[in-house]
Design a protein around this ligand. Structure first.
Ligand SMILES: [Zn+2]
Length: 460
């Protein structure tokens, strides 16, 4: 059930105002967190778009005020200001060029969302509009706003778009990258719907993939979320191999924001349980977050080992073998049922070429629960929907000075590096792109939950 979209009892609207309200109700993902506080009613000074007697570029205008002060929690102001800021950001981000006036100040995060005459601008209103959002547009601009919303989101709630325009549901797809994939067209792979890459760095104490950095950089530049894997064998202790794998992550720009897989499937010189246990413990200690174990029921079950108490995350091919394609989120192929694990956290459903990306075979994996990726990469754990949305808006639009960057918590070194490599804006955005991707995943999960709550079916 959707909470009813609310209006204060005294609110009076005209036809343009109704369209503005309907747009927010239909497309804004968190419409149930806000309400209409005023439209044509109430005092709004001598001259205002609220009254329905003004024109903009020859077209009649309307103004709507939105509020959010209704959350009965201890820090209700904070929550409600987030709620308002989120809607202000949404309007500011998607429709600035089709807005006559957008006025909202967000002191809690030092953020201003002002638009005047179809352009983003600094503060211009006398009142600072902390406690509501004022939004005005014209009938002619509203035609274009509605058309843009339909183009972007169709008939219903918007799905979150990541920076490459890929639509996110809860499930994302990953490919492995190792020496077997040299020469692959990663852009085509991404266009085919893969958004995560798992890069082989090392094997035992005797092998390092010498092109791991190069392929990581390529994947990163294309916006892939990143993780690494180490092939575990019995060439060294678990601790020694963890040191090697950790250095491998450092050498390709990690471990911040990167997940890690222990690839435990060697036949010729298999790891012992002690090696596996020590490896998992050492990596998790170093990373401060869980890693995921890769194996196969054919490998693990005969050993009789229990591993689910060390990491909750297991990854393998389906117990019945590879499939032609992804079997869906509710397929029984997700069931593992050994080693202390129930379902797989990541399912390697196929090995084969990616459609449209040449003949090179890749291992294809689905992660149906975005919280798995969030846990493995250590990103976004404490992020509210408001923070996550705001961060994405920030990344898409922010062009910080060095001082602003440092005030926002960025390191001076990363700014200087970005500046040296051709401009802070692009450099910083690139540095943040994998974080943005992970946030988009979390957001996708929220969207899925939202859609489920509304009784809609989310299809991949
Ligand atoms: Zn107003």
């Amino acid at each position: 059930m959707v909470a009813p979209y609310r209006r204060q009892p005294q609110v009076q609207t005209g036809p343009i105002g109704e369209r503005m309200i309907a747009l927010v109700e239909k497309y804004y993902p968190y419409a149930n967190e806000i309400y209409v506080s005023s439209a044509m009613d109430g005092p709004h000074g001598n001259v205002s778009h609220h009254y329905g007697n003004l024109h903009y570029a020859g077209s009649p205008t309307a103004a709507i005020d939105f509020g959010a002060y209704d959350d009965p929690s201890e820090d209700n102001d904070t929550k409600d200001q987030w709620d308002m800021g989120l809607l202000a950001d949404w309007l500011w981000y998607h429709f600035p060029d089709l807005t006559v006036e957008l006025i909202h100040t967000q002191p809690h995060n030092n953020h201003l969302t002002y638009v005047r005459d179809q352009e983003r601008c600094g503060p211009y209103a006398e009142a600072d509009h902390v406690n509501h959002i004022h939004w005005a547009t014209s009938a002619a601009l509203m035609d274009r706003i509605e058309a843009r919303a339909r183009d972007a989101w169709g008939a219903g709630l918007p799905l979150t778009l990541n920076s490459s325009g890929v639509q996110w549901t809860g499930t994302s797809h990953l490919l492995d990258l190792s020496s077997h994939q040299v020469g692959i067209d990663l852009a085509a792979v991404r266009d085919a719907g893969f958004t995560l890459a798992n890069i082989k760095t090392t094997q035992g104490n005797w092998y390092t993939w010498d092109r791991a950095r190069e392929y990581t950089d390529r994947a990163r530049a294309l916006g892939f979320g990143l993780m690494t894997y180490h092939w575990l064998d019995n060439s060294a202790s678990g601790r020694e191999q963890a040191d090697i794998a950790y250095r491998g992550m450092l050498e390709i720009g990690g471990p911040a924001g990167m997940g890690h897989q222990c690839d435990c499937e060697d036949i010729d010189s298999p790891a012992t349980f002690e090696i596996w246990r020590d490896y998992v413990n050492a990596m998790q200690d170093r990373l401060g977050r869980p890693i995921i174990n890769y194996t196969g029921d054919w490998w693990w079950v005969p050993k009789g080992w229990t591993g689910g108490h060390l990491t909750p995350y297991l990854w393998a091919a389906p117990n019945n073998g590879y499939l032609d394609g992804y079997p869906g989120d509710s397929s029984p192929d997700w069931h593992a049922g050994y080693g202390g694990w129930g379902d797989y956290a990541a399912l390697q459903y196929s090995v084969g070429p990616v459609e449209g990306a040449g003949s090179i075979k890749v291992s294809k994996t689905a992660i149906r629960d975005a919280s798995v990726w969030a846990a493995l990469t250590g990103e976004g754990d404490d992020m509210t929907p408001g923070q996550d949305y705001r961060l994405r808006v920030l990344m898409a639009n922010w062009d910080p000075t060095r001082d602003e960057w440092i005030r926002a918590g960025g390191s001076p070194a990363s700014y200087d590096d970005a500046e040296a490599s051709g401009g802070a804006r692009n450099g910083l955005k690139q540095a943040l792109s994998s974080l943005e991707l992970q946030i988009a995943e979390l957001h996708g999960k929220l969207e899925t939950m939202e859609a489920e709550r509304m009784g809609r079916r989310v299809n991949r």
